[in-house]
Write a protein that binds this ligand. Structure first.
Ligand code: SAH
Length: 569
C-alpha cells in the first residue's frame, strides 16, 4: 500500500548533500530549495513559511533540513486547527540528528526510524509508549484502523503505569513489540472486523478487510449501507473500500457515502448484483453476505483498495498563471501533485514541473488542441488522474474550451463519467495590468488578434465596436511571424476612436525570467515593439498615468466615469 510521498525542504546549499541522501530512500520525493540560496533543487520556493504551511495543509509529509525551532514556529499557527496531521520531521543539515516533531498518528516515528537508519544515526524518538513497547499502539500499520483515539490514549497510559495486556485476534505487527503480555490481563488489544462496543479495557483495532459492493440502480443512501453492515455485525471501521459498477461513476450519492466512510470508491466494468461485482474485483476467497443491492465481502487479510477495480478517472484543466510560482493558485499546485499524466504544449509542461519519476508527461505541439483533449479523456477514462496545462487561465484562449468541446462531441459514457474540473489561473492580461497599476480598472474587452480560428472580418468588427464603446482593450496573440500585419491594422481601427495620447501597456514575459513592462501611448506604439509573448493593453478615454518614485509610470482607469476627470496629460 502506498504512503504519501514526503517533501524534503532545504534552506541552503549546505543541506543539499543530506537531502539527496534522504531522497535515495524516497526516490519520488522532491527537494524544495529556497530561491537564490540553493542551486540544483528539484523545486524552487521563495518563502519558507508559506511553503511549509502549504505542504502541511495539503497533508504532505515534510522533512525539513533545518533547526527544529524554525519548523515549530512556522507551523505553530496551524497546530490548533483540528484535522489530520501529516508527519513533520526536522533533520540536522549534516544528517547528524533526526527529530520527529508532529504527526505521531501519521507515522512520523516510522519515517524518523527509516531516515535515521539510512543516515546511520539514532532517531530522537520521544513517544513514551513507543520507546517502552517498540511500537506505537495507537498507530497500527496500513490496513488497520484504530477504534477510538481517546480511549486508546487512556489504554496506553494504563499500560505504561504497569498493567499487562492480552492480544485477541491476529496482529502480526505486534509480534516484535515488547508488550507485557499476560493471558489473565484485564487490558486487551482486540483485532477484528466485528462490530463491538468500545470499552475502557479494550484497544479496538479493526483490520480493513471488508469490501462493500453497491449494485446498479439501487445506489443507497448512507442509511441503507450502515443498516446492512449492522445486520451483518460488521464494524464500519473495517470497511476498506466501496465498490460499484463503472456505469455509476458519476453518482454523487456514492461519492458522498465513500467520503462519509473515509474510504476509496472503486469501480469494475461488470454489471449485475453486488456479489458479482465483488467476484469481478477480487480473486481471493471471500465470504459474501448481504442482499443483491449491497453485498458485503470479508477477506482474510486487509485489502489494498488500490488493487481493487479502478478509481473514477479525473481530468483537470489547469491554469499555471503567467509563469511565476507565486502566481499559481494552490488548488493547481495540489492538482499537479496528484497527477499521473500531464498533457500540454512542451513549454507549459516544463513550466509546471518538475515532476516525479512516476508522473508521465505527454508534450505535444501547441496547435494540436483537440487531439490533446481527446487523449486526455482516453487516459482519464482508464481511471488515471490527468492534468491538461495551459498558461494563464485555461478558459482564456486555451485548453478548457477544447476539452469541453471534445467531451460535448463524444458519446462515450466512460468520458462523461470522468471527474472533470477546470481550475483557474491568473491570465496574462490581469498579471500585466497588475504590474502597470489598474489599466483595466473599468469596463474592458478581451480579444485575441489571431485569425487562425476566426475570420479576420469578425476581429475587425469587434475591434471597431469595442473601441467605439470606449472599452479598455486587452490584446492576446497580438502578432506572430505568420500574422505580421494584423496588429497594425487593429491599431488603425482603434486609432479612429481613440486619441494618440491614450496610454498603452506592453507586458512581455510577465511573471517569467526577463520580463519587461513598457508604458507608451497609442500614437507612439509601433508594431516592432510587440511580439507573440507580449500582452497589449490599450486604455479607454479615461485611462491616466502619473509618475512613480522610480521614474516608471502608474497607469489606471478610474472607477468613475464622472465629468470631473481631467484629460490625459
Ligand atoms: N491562457 C493564456 C493566454 C493564451 S494566448 C492566459 O490566460 O494568459 C497566448 C497569448 O497570451 C500570447 O500571445 C501573449 O499575448 C499572452 N501571454 C501569455 N503569457 C504571457 C506572459 N507571461 N506575458 C505576456 N503575455 C503573455
Amino acid at each position: 500500500m502506498t504512503r504519501p510521498v514526503p517533501a524534503i525542504v532545504i534552506l541552503g546549499n549546505g543541506s543539499l548533500a543530506t537531502a539527496r541522501r534522504i531522497q535515495q530512500l524516497y526516490p519520488d520525493a522532491l527537494i524544495h530549495g529556497l530561491a537564490e540560496r540553493v542551486e540544483g533543487a528539484d523545486r524552487v520556493y521563495h518563502e519558507f513559511g508559506a511553503t511549509l504551511r502549504e505542504l502541511y495543509q495539503q497533508g504532505t509529509p515534510v522533512i525539513a533540513l533545518c533547526a527544529a525551532g524554525i519548523v515549530i514556529r512556522t507551523l505553530a499557527p496551524l497546530l490548533l486547527e483540528k484535522g489530520a496531521e501529516p508527519p513533520v520531521l526536522a533533520v540536522a543539515e549534516d544528517g547528524s540528528a533526526v527529530v520527529p516533531l508532529l504527526g505521531g498518528l501519521g507515522g512520523v516515528n516510522v519515517i524518523a526510524r527509516e531516515v535515521a537508519a539510512h543516515l546511520d544515526v539514532a532517531p530522537a524518538i520521544t513517544t513514551s509508549g513507543e520507546l517502552r513497547f517498540g511500537t506505537c499502539l495507537l498507530n497500527p500499520p496500513q490496513g488497520y484502523a484504530l477504534g477510538d483515539l481517546t480511549l486508546g490514549k487512556r489504554f496506553v497510559s494504563d499500560l505504561l503505569a504497569g498493567e499487562t495486556v492480552r492480544i485477541e485476534g491476529s496482529a502480526p505487527w505486534l509480534a516484535d513489540a515488547q508488550l507485557p503480555e499476560n493471558e489473565q490481563a484485564r487490558l486487551t488489544v482486540h483485532v477484528g472486523h466485528a462490530r463491538r462496543e468500545p470499552a475502557a479495557n479494550e484497544l479496538l483495532i479493526y483490520p480493513r478487510n471488508v469490501l462493500v459492493a453497491v449494485a446498479g440502480e439501487s445506489t443507497p443512501v448512507s442509511g441503507a449501507l450502515h443498516e446492512a453492515l449492522h445486520q451483518a455485525g460488521i464494524a464500519v471501521q473495517s470497511v476498506a473500500c466501496l465498490l460499484a459498477a463503472d456505469t455509476e461513476m458519476s453518482s454523487s450519492s456514492l461519492r458522498e457515502v465513500a467520503l462519509e466512510l473515509g474510504v476509496p470508491l472503486r469501480f469494475v466494468s461488470a454489471a449485475g448484483v453486488g456479489s458479482e461485482l465483488v467476484r469481478q474485483a477480487i480473486g481471493q476467497a471471500v465470504s459474501i453476505v448481504g442482499d443483491d443491492a449491497i453485498a458485503i465481502a470479508v477477506a482474510e487479510q486487509p485489502l489494498d483498495p488500490m488493487q481493487i477495480g479502478r478509481p473514477r478517472g479525473r481530468l483537470a484543466v489547469i491554469g499555471l498563471g503567467p509563469g511565476a510560482a507565486e502566481l499559481m493558485v494552490p488548488a493547481v499546485k495540489a492538482e499537479l501533485a496528484r497527477a499521473n499524466d500531464v498533457l500540454g504544449y512542451e513549454t507549459y509542461v516544463r513550466m509546471a514541473g518538475p515532476f516525479r519519476a512516476d508522473q508521465v508527461l505527454h508534450c505535444t505541439d501547441n496547435r494540436e488542441e483537440m487531439q490533446r483533449a481527446r487523449h486526455a479523456f482516453e487516459l482519464a477514462a482508464q481511471g488515471r488522474s490527468v492534468v491538461v496545462v495551459s498558461s494563464g487561465d485555461p478558459g482564456v484562449f486555451a485548453m478548457a474550451a477544447a476539452v469541453l468541446e471534445a467531451l460535448h462531441e463524444s458519446s462515450d459514457g466512460a468520458w462523461h463519467g470522468v471527474d472533470l474540473e477546470i481550475l483557474p489561473g491568473v491570465s496574462a492580461s490581469l498579471a500585466t495590468a497588475a504590474q502597470a497599476g489598474a489599466p483595466l480598472g473599468h469596463d474592458f474587452c478581451v480579444l485575441s488578434l489571431s485569425d487562425n480560428l476566426k475570420p479576420w472580418e469578425i476581429i475587425e468588427k469587434r475591434l471597431d465596436l469595442a473601441a467605439q464603446a470606449d472599452l479598455a482593450l486587452a490584446f492576446y496573440n497580438p502578432i506572430s511571424r505568420s500574422r505580421p500585419w494584423q496588429l497594425g491594422r487593429a491599431l488603425e481601427i482603434v486609432g479612429q476612436h481613440r486619441e494618440p495620447a491614450t496610454p498603452v501597456v506592453l507586458g512581455r514575459d510577465i511573471g517569467r525570467p526577463g520580463q519587461t513592462l513598457r508604458v507608451t501611448t497609442l500614437g507612439q506604439l509601433s508594431v516592432d515593439q510587440v511580439d507573440m509573448r507580449t500582452m497589449v493593453l490599450i486604455g479607454s478615454s479615461t485611462t491616466r498615468v502619473f509618475p512613480r518614485p522610480d521614474g516608471q509610470l502608474w497607469v489606471y482607469t478610474p472607477r468613475s466615469y464622472g465629468d470631473k476627470l481631467t484629460p490625459i496629460q
